[in-house]
Design a binder for this molecule. Structure first.
Ligand code: SF4
Length: 368
C-alpha cells in the first residue's frame, strides 16, 4: 500500500494496461483494428432484444464469424502487472530460483512462463528452504504468513495488490473498533483467506444472496467488506438484502470491488449486447475472469471462459456473425493476439475495439 504512485482511492477508470511489446501487433497479423474513442460512437450491429429472443442478424449463421468486437479495458490490471514484474525482477536481481507462494496471479500461462524463467511455485511458505527469497502473490495473505516467513529467515517480496491491502487495513480498523465484519466473497479464494486472516474472530463470510437472506449476525455495530473481484451487480444485491435485514450495516469508505473489475465488467456488458457469442480469455481459477463470463451470460449472450484459443470449440463460433473477445485481469495481451489470429483464420479479420473507459493507473514497483 505504501509504495503505490496512485492511491487506492484512485478513480475506477484509472489504470494501465500492459500490452506486451514482444507480441505481434494487429497490423503485423494483417488484422484490421477499428478503434473508437467511446462506446457511444460505435454503431450497434443489432438490438439487444433480438439477441435474447434468439433472432440473430441476417448475416449470422452459415459462414462463421465475420467480425470481432474487442473489449477495452481488458487484460492486465495494475496489480497483476506489478506482481508479475516483481517475480521477473526478483529473478534478475536475486538469480534462480525465486520461490513464489501460490500462483502469483491466477493464470496458467503466466505461471508456466515464470516457471520457465526459474520461479518455483509453492503452496505454503513453509515449503521454501530457509533463507531463500519468496514472493507473495497479488491476492494478499494473512498475518501469520509474514510471521512464518520471518521465522524461516526468508527474504519476503510482497506483491499484494495495494487495493487488496486497502481492504486488509479496513478489516483491521473495523475490528479495532469492535465491529463485526461481514465479508462478501467466495470461501477458499486466496484473497478471502487473506482478508479473513486480518480479523478472524470478527469476520463472517457471506457468499451470495441466499446466504445474505439467512446469515445470523451478532448484535452491535456491523460493517461489510468485499472481495475485490466480485460481480458488481450481484454484490449490490447482496448488500441490499443485508441492509434490509440489518439497517445499521455500514460499508467501507470506498467500495472494495476494484476499478479493474468494474471497468472490465462494464466493457463486457457492452460487448455482450452487440455480440452473438463472447469468448473470455482467462483461467478457471481466476475470479474476475469467471465473473466476466457470467456478466456476459446475464446479458443473454452465450459466453465461454478459455485459457487460450486452443480451448475454443469451433461450434461455439460457427453460427456467430459477431464474436466478442475480452480477457480477465490476469490474462496477458499476447493471448488476445493469439485469439484474434485464430479468429482471423476463420474469416473474422475485422476487429473493432469497444472501449468504455480509459485506464492509466500504475503502482510503484515491489522493492526487490
Ligand atoms: Fe488489484 Fe483489482 Fe488487479 Fe486484483 S483485480 S490485482 S484488486 S487491481
Amino acid at each position: 500500500m505504501t509504495d503505490q504512485r496512485s492511491g487506492a482511492g484512485e478513480g475506477r477508470t484509472e489504470a494501465s494496461e500492459n500490452v506486451g511489446s514482444t507480441v505481434p501487433t494487429h497490423s503485423d497479423m494483417g488484422l484490421n483494428l477499428v478503434t473508437r474513442g467511446h462506446v457511444s460512437e460505435l454503431k450497434s450491429g443489432r438490438r439487444y432484444d433480438d439477441r435474447v429472443t434468439g433472432h440473430g442478424p441476417s448475416t449470422a449463421g452459415a459462414h462463421g464469424p465475420s467480425r470481432v468486437l474487442l473489449a477495452a479495458p481488458r487484460g492486465y490490471c495494475a496489480g497483476v502487472e506489478r506482481a508479475v514484474e516483481a517475480v521477473e525482477r526478483a529473478l534478475e536481481g536475486h538469480g534462480k530460483p525465486v520461490y513464489v507462494r501460490k500462483q502469483i496471479v491466477h493464470n496458467a500461462h503466466v505461471v508456466r512462463d515464470l516457471e520457465g524463467k526459474g520461479a518455483i511455485f509453492v503452496e505454503d511458505e513453509r515449503e521454501v528452504p530457509a533463507g531463500e527469497v519468496v514472493v507473495l502473490s497479488a491476492h494478499g495473505v494473512a498475518p501469520e504468513v509474514y510471521e512464518q516467513s520471518r521465522a524461516r529467515g526468508l527474504t519476503v517480496l510482497d506483491a499484494t495488490c495495494p487495493l487488496v491491502t486497502k481492504v486488509h487495513l479496513e478489516a483491521r480498523r473495523f475490528a479495532g473498533d469492535a465491529r463485526t465484519i461481514v465479508l462478501i466473497g467466495h470461501a477458499g479464494h486466496e484473497e478471502v483467506v487473506g482478508t479473513m486472516g486480518q480479523a478472524r474472530d470478527r469476520t463472517i463470510l457471506v457468499q451470495d444472496v441466499a446466504e445474505a437472506r439467512t446469515v445470523e449476525l451478532p448484535a452491535g455495530p456491523l460493517s461489510y467488506l468485499t472481495q475485490t473481484t466480485l460481480s458488481v451487480d450481484e454484490t449490490n444485491e447482496i448488500v441490499r438484502v443485508l441492509r434490509e435485514r440489518f439497517p445499521h450495516l455500514e460499508g467501507p469508505p470506498r467500495e472494495d470491488i476494484c476499478y479493474a473489475t468494474q471497468n472490465r465488467q462494464d466493457a463486457v456488458k457492452e460487448l455482450a449486447r452487440r455480440s452473438d457469442v463472447v469468448l473470455v480469455i482467462g483461467s478457471r481459477n481466476s475470479s474476475n475472469s469467471k465473473r466476466l463470463a457470467e456478466v456476459a451470460i446475464e446479458q443473454g449472450t452465450p459466453a465461454h471462459l478459455v485459457d487460450d484459443e486452443t480451448e475454443v470449440d469451433p461450434s461455439w463460433v460457427a453460427g456467430a456473425d459477431v464474436v466478442g473477445v475480452t480477457s480477465g485481469a490476469s490474462a496477458p495481451e499476447w493471448l488476445v493476439e493469439r485469439m484474434l489470429a485464430w479468429l482471423a483464420s476463420l474469416g473474422a479479420a475485422e476487429v473493432e475495439e469497444v472501449r468504455v473507459t480509459e485506464e492509466h493507473l500504475r503502482f510503484s514497483d515491489v522493492r526487490v
